[in-house]
Write a protein that binds this ligand. Sequence first.
Ligand code: C5P
Length: 399
Amino acid sequence: MMLKDKSILLVISGGIAAYKALELIRLIKKSGGHVRCILTKGGEQFVTPLSVSALSEEQVYTNIWSLKDETEMGHIRLSREADLIVVAPASADIMAKMAHGQADDLATTTLLASNKPIMIAPAMNPQMWNNAATQDNLRTLKERGIIIAHPATGEMACGETGEGRMLEATEIMEHIQNFFFDRPLKGKSAIVTAGPTYEPIDPVRFIGNHSSGKQGYAIAEALRDLGADVTLISGPTALPDPQSIKVVRVSSAAEMLEATEHSLPADIAVCAAAVSDWTPAQTQDQKIKKRADQSPPAIKLTENPDILKTLSNHKNRPSLVIGFAAETENLIENAQAKLVKKGCDIIVANAVSGTEKTFGSDQNHVYLVSSDKIEEWPRARKTEIARKLAERIKDILTE
Ligand code: C5P
């Protein structure tokens, strides 16, 4: 609920990218924000007032001359009641009007009458974007303090390739969050491992475990929310890819190690994956057949690489390396021993036996074990533990 109590006035101008504004409305609502929309005449050619009002759960404002719009919410009040005005997509035309102070419809009049911060997400053909007129307008708007969600380079709806493609809704959300919040881990990179590993016995069988990945995914999201650039290296889980995080899906411990080393250098590493300690010494190419005349096959195991230990002793060691320990007995003693053995900075220890159901649960009860102290964090939702851990990481890295 990052945008709780925040109110955004979204101006949707004409452009094929207007469809992304619908997704943006959904994301703002999902994160607890309030969004009211103005749809320009051009915008109405691409998305309908009905879709916009259904998603925003608000009346849509389209016409400055409509007595209804003006009586319910005049153009002055529209901007006064917002914390931020976002123009997405911002067409070349609306940028030109903003730069020159033109006010010939509800959107431009509201923008001119605004005393609130304004962000624009330009969207146009690369030639229009690169045109000296647009670039001059852009400079003018920037000089006046307008926040620019700079367009990306890529293939355009018109078939041409170049700069001018509007950012995706999730990327515009990042800009909105950057505007509202202090992002203390901005510029820091983090690797998070999560989920189980599957160690292949043959093409259809594997050795795995009950890890759901929930705790690791929540940590990746909490670090992202503080502004870190996060790579999530995930074993097989049923969880969807979190937004604005680079997700690398792997299966075995060997693959997880390779992906992790490949993601270095990083400032932070949190190894929350439940990596299998052992793997079959040999993976059979064909499915092992059950034969009546033979006893069950013996599977010879070898030790897997230890990812946490490798990271802790790596020449590109992250400044902060955090491991997890799931133990069924002697939780603290085992965690302390693990801290030394692996060479990491903190072990987050959780009990996985008896009443302390952790695997697959939404809750966790942990102890933070470092070389000089042991801290107990009471049972809480995994998202809450993740948020606290991300805060602690921030404190350590910024102290
Ligand atoms: O040794 P144990 O598996 O109990 O250690 C748990 C910690 O070590 C976790 O942070 C886990 O992600 C990490 N680990 C690892 N590679 C392994 C085994 C464990 O990164 N092969």
